[in-house]
Design a protein. Structure first.
Length: 163
């Protein structure tokens, strides 16, 4: 038997003041997107904003449903909208944040497992990394330079192909 250590590297900003203007603007758009969330069950409103290589910003928010599996996360709303409107334009970065009236979100919000896999597939399709910027209502901001930093040992399409 052999143990294998897998490590990831993230950038942590103590506040948005330390970030680039581009990153701050993207986070502001994600924060605005939380206002269009439909979250009557969880009261947890998530917003995502995507920056495309052409400079366009596409936003999305979570959309819940009484039948929980039929809801969709903000990240996937934004990614699918971006790829529908600009199928040949690469996604440069995505910002994710959340708000709720029930408590204060003091730590960064990260994409769920399904969203991580969609981001992984998108990175693979465009053959380019996607920066992931994560923030709560207050507290630090975390930045991953690729989905592989959040999803080591990710599932690639090559695993579906016969040898």
């Amino acid at each position: 038997m052999k143990e294998k250590l897998i490590s990831i590297q993230l950038i942590e900003y103590s506040s948005t003041d330390e970030m680039s203007t581009e990153e701050k603007n993207l986070l502001a758009e994600a924060e605005k997107a939380t206002s269009s969330a439909y979250a009557p069950y969880s009261q947890f409103r998530v917003g995502a904003a995507i920056l495309l290589e052409n400079g366009e910003i596409i936003t999305g928010s979570n959309q819940e449903n009484t039948s929980y599996p039929n809801g969709i996360c903000a990240e996937r709303v934004a990614i699918h909208t971006a790829k529908n409107q600009y199928p040949d334009v690469a996604i440069k970065s995505i910002a994710v944040t959340a708000s709720t009236d029930n408590f204060e979100i003091a730590s960064p919000i990260s994409p769920c497992g399904m969203c991580r896999q969609v981001i992984a597939e998108t990175e693979n399709r465009q053959k380019n990394h996607i920066k992931i910027i994560m923030k709560g209502e207050r507290g630090p901001v975390l930045v991953a330079n690729s989905i592989e930093d959040l999803l080591p040992l990710l599932f690639h399409e090559e695993k579906l192909k016969k040898n």
